[in-house]
Every structure is written in structure tokens, then in C-alpha cells.
Ligand binder design. Structure first.
Ligand SMILES: NC(=O)c1ccc[n+]([C@@H]2O[C@H](COP(=O)([O-])OP(=O)(O)OC[C@H]3O[C@@H](n4cnc5c(N)ncnc54)[C@H](O)[C@@H]3O)[C@@H](O)[C@H]2O)c1
Length: 270
């Protein structure tokens, strides 16, 4: 039997990359999943590939009405909600402070924080009552950028640090009925896009030489696949296996926090 047998979850941004990997893994663990996703094309593919155990809702995480809709339609279809996973985000392609365009900086800030931070807040608000009814939990996707500089520019890094704050505050406020945790992955080749206000709405992180970069700055020296991170969500969602965990963030970034002050060794004698 799967770890999430009979559970119902929502994943935002479940149309590609990490979100899609989490949806597939949750189905394999026995859950049914509602997905809030802005790309109609990705949603159509998701539903065609995965069938009736998934309900896709096209919408934008920055809209409270769309968050309410995904909760309503998921509960209507599957009867309840056990886990809400805030995951949709955009990246700033490591645009440094001095390179932020003065004319569009305001819009850029709003776009980044609206998707990456407000999206999670609205989703949590929309899902809270349904989650309280099942003793459920919230999981937010953070990033290495929630802890360390250099994985983005100031806007992405600040937005992911804000997500860490949101997890702690909501874990405090929503207990004892709802657990609130996070997963902080390192790099992976996905379709992660940039802000439209930087002209990067159609550019994906796959255009960056991520494998070399991640190899240089992680102890494990490898670029994981999105699916390699999905088990962390299963663990935190599982009422049996994580009943004592709230306010926890799993850093699964290949060891960025333990890389030490010396050059990372090319290997060892083991
Ligand atoms: N790719 C990486 O290297 C990396 C590293 C650390 C953390 N992350 C985090 O992983 C999470 C998932 O990103 P990914 O890398 O899988 O990228 P992705 O673009 O493949 O997946 C994100 C999905 O969210 C959707 N989306 C974007 N904005 C939306 C909006 N406003 N409303 C609804 N849906 C929207 C996209 O269409 C896409 O399907 C993000 O929180 C990201 O910050 C990614």
C-alpha cells in the first residue's frame, strides 16, 4: 500500500518540472490530485497522461478566486483535501541588483513576489478550512535560494527567504490542526521561466548550463532530476510518517550547506 493511500492533494504548477513529478509520485502512492496551472497545454497533457485521478484547473496562483476554485473543484471531485502544495514560481535568472532595469523594477518586484510569495499565501488561505477538516498539511517548495545567496538575484532570493518566513508563521498559526512544512531543492533542469517584465517569460532555466554549476557547488556533485526530489513531499504529506513535523524544511540541495570553506574535493579514497 502507498504512503498516501486514499489522500487528496493539490499541487500548484503541476504541469511541468517538479510539480509534475510530485503529482506522478503522489498518484503512485495512492493519492488523487487537483492541479492549479496557468498553461492550458501542460494541463491537457497532464490529464491525457494521468487520467481520472487528476483534476486540472487552469488558472493563476496570484488570483485568490482561482485558488478558491481549485480547492472547491478538488473537494467536489474527490471529497476532501489532505495536502496543499504551493509550488508554482518564476526565477529571475540571477539578475543582479545593478542590472535591474530602473524603468521596470517596480513591476518586476511585484511580478516576482506576487507569484512566488502571494501565490502561496492565497493558496494556504483558500485551503485552510478544508485542511483543518482532515488534519491535513501544507507544503511549500522553497529552494536553496531560501537559505543562500547566488542561486538567484536579490528578487528571487528575497522571495524564497520570504517563503521560509511564511512556513514558520503558518506552522505557528495553523497548529494543531494543520502542519506546515517545506521542501528546498537545489537545481534541476525544468521549464522554470523568468518574469515577463524582464522579457524572460518564454525563457526557461534549461537554457542555463546548470549541470556544471551544480556540480561545482554541491557536495554530491550531481544534477538531480525533478523526480529525485518528490519523495520528500511524500514524507511530509504522510500523516503516519510525519505527524510530529511542522515548521520543518527539508534541504535536499546536494549539500550546499555543508560544502565547507575549501574547494570541493573531486573524490576520495572510498
Ligand atoms: N528548477 C530549479 O533549478 C529549481 C531549483 C530550486 C527550486 N525550484 C522551485 O521549484 C518549483 C517548481 O519549479 P520548476 O523548476 O519545476 O519549474 P516549471 O516552470 O517546470 O514548473 C512550474 C509550473 O508552474 C506554472 N506556473 C508558473 N507561474 C504560474 C502562475 N502564476 N499560476 C499558475 N501556474 C504557474 C508553470 O506553467 C509551470 O508548469 C518552484 O517553486 C521553483 O522556485 C526550482
Amino acid at each position: 500500500m502507498g504512503w498516501l493511500q486514499g489522500d487528496v492533494a493539490i499541487v500548484t504548477g503541476g504541469g511541468s518540472g517538479l510539480g509534475r513529478a510530485v503529482v506522478e509520485r503522489f498518484l503512485n502512492e495512492g493519492a488523487r490530485v487537483g492541479v492549479l496551472e496557468k498553461s492550458a497545454e501542460k494541463l491537457a497533457k497532464l490529464e491525457a497522461d494521468l487520467g481520472d485521478a487528476v483534476v486540472g484547473i487552469q488558472g493563476d496562483v496570484t488570483s485568490y478566486a482561482d485558488n478558491v476554485r481549485v480547492v472547491g473543484e478538488t473537494v467536489a471531485r474527490f471529497g476532501k483535501l489532505d495536502t496543499f502544495i504551493g509550488n508554482a514560481a518564476i526565477w529571475d535568472f540571477s539578475t543582479k541588483l545593478v542590472d535591474l532595469p530602473e524603468e521596470t523594477m517596480d513591476r518586476l518586484f511585484d511580478e516576482m513576489f506576487h507569484v512566488n510569495v502571494k501565490g502561496y499565501l492565497l493558496g494556504a488561505r483558500a485551503a485552510a478550512r478544508a485542511l483543518a477538516a482532515t488534519g491535513g498539511s501544507i507544503i511549500f517548495t522553497v529552494s536553496n535560494a531560501g537559505f543562500y545567496p547566488g542561486g538567484g538575484g536579490p528578487l528571487y532570493t528575497a522571495s524564497k527567504h520570504a517563503v521560509v518566513g511564511l512556513i514558520k508563521e503558518l506552522a505557528f498559526e495553523l497548529g494543531p490542526k494543520i502542519r506546515v512544512n517545506g521542501v528546498a531543492p537545489g537545481g534541476m533542469l525544468t521549464d522554470l521561466r523568468g518574469p515577463g517584465s524582464l522579457g524572460l517569460g518564454d525563457t526557461s532555466i534549461a537554457s542555463v548550463p546548470l549541470a556544471d554549476l551544480v556540480k561545482q557547488c554541491t557536495v554530491l556533485q550531481q544534477l538531480p532530476e525533478a523526480a529525485d526530489y518528490a519523495g520528500n513531499y511524500v514524507l511530509l504529506a504522510s500523516k503516519t510518517n510525519s505527524s510530529a513535523s511542522t515548521g520543518v524544511i527539508i534541504n535536499c540541495d546536494g549539500g550546499m550547506g555543508v560544502r565547507g570553506l575549501a574547494e570541493i574535493a573531486g573524490g576520495n579514497d572510498l
